[in-house]
Design a protein around this ligand. Sequence first.
Ligand SMILES: [Zn+2]
Length: 438
Amino acid sequence: MFRAPEALSTPHGRAPARSSLFFTVFFLAFFFQAGAVTPAAAQSGGQITAARTWPAQDYTRITLESQEPLKYSVLNLKDPERLVLDLEDIEVTATLTGLAEKIGADDPYVKSMRVGRFKPGVIRVVFDLKSEIKPQVFTLAPVADYGHRLVLDLYPLEPPDPLLVFLDKLQAPREDAVDPAAGAGSKAPARSAPKRPDVARLIIVALDPGHGGEDPGALGRRGTHEKTVTLAIAQKLKARIDQEPNMRAVLTRDGDYYLPLQTRVEKAQRVRADLFVSIHADAFIRPHARGASVFALSEKGATSAAASWLANRENAADLIGGVNLQGKDRYLKMTLADLSLTAQINDSLKAGRAVLAELGGVNDLHKADVEQAGFAVLKAPDIPSILVETAFISNPDEELRLRSTAYQNKVAEAIFNGIKRYFAKNPPLARDRIALIP
Ligand SMILES: [Zn+2]
């Protein structure tokens, strides 16, 4: 699985003369080095124990895992766009070269990947890119089941603005849209007039499928990942909300990749959501723990030890999912210490109770009332925010139900009914919203 790193200086498939010159130099260097110092095998050190890729429109993440911290350097090259990763004292194994096959044609940013020996003791990994990117490269210390991780996050130069993405989707004509202007004899194309909601105030609900990508969330005994269940339920809930003329839902993530907790909150704020609903599936050490529960934020300690335990576990998602702490300035934006969250929490409790009441119709309730704890993802000061634990994925019966489409639909419907009930009693105030509605 060795591929010549010829494209380090030229586009691949071209300039064979330069390639062979490169190899002559390469082998000479290799023999001098090997003869003068140590046998080549002695220079190989660690191994890549796992290699993963998480492609998404937001960013593509590539993770290399190893037992020892990796010694690396990174180069961003132009014409054509490439990201070059040099790894020291690493063996070339099938795990590393096999990453190339994991890069799908639909990856928004990475075209292909090649591995080659660059010089003695240094392996060069070249990622051929589809466009210019802004890389963030950082390491993560071992946590949970992971060893040392080297993370390459490939961001677009212009990150998609959640609000513009939302507005684009809102303005896009629906398949079933009927243009009222297109009467008999009219030549107006059917798709010319987007169908806009005929209401004075559009309610926007941000739905946040918990976990994703490197962070699978809780695991069921049958191997069900919380991140998969949460996304499935959130997508069904979004479809249900979008059927309402006066409501639209926005997903914080719509794929299998990790989003830092802070980014989830920021996305909801960017679209000026009227409600934030983070969707999860609980786990507990005791497999008989069961039932749905709903949480709101607490400013002063948790309402129970279990709620505190759960908040700590959910807040640890960033450690497992992997957040670049070098980019700290991005996260300083929201220093919440000075902001009172009392009003937000009051509204969140109302929304939470409405949702909990509906969930009681499809599942046992783990707790009869909304609990509170310091969940980081519920800290938008201006958006009522709740976290729904739909069921216990650690309970074998509930895991089975969580996997079924029928049950996912029931849960989505229940949360939807709760949301509707909440807004019926607490209509959002009119505000100087961007002119979404004519
Ligand atoms: Zn969770």
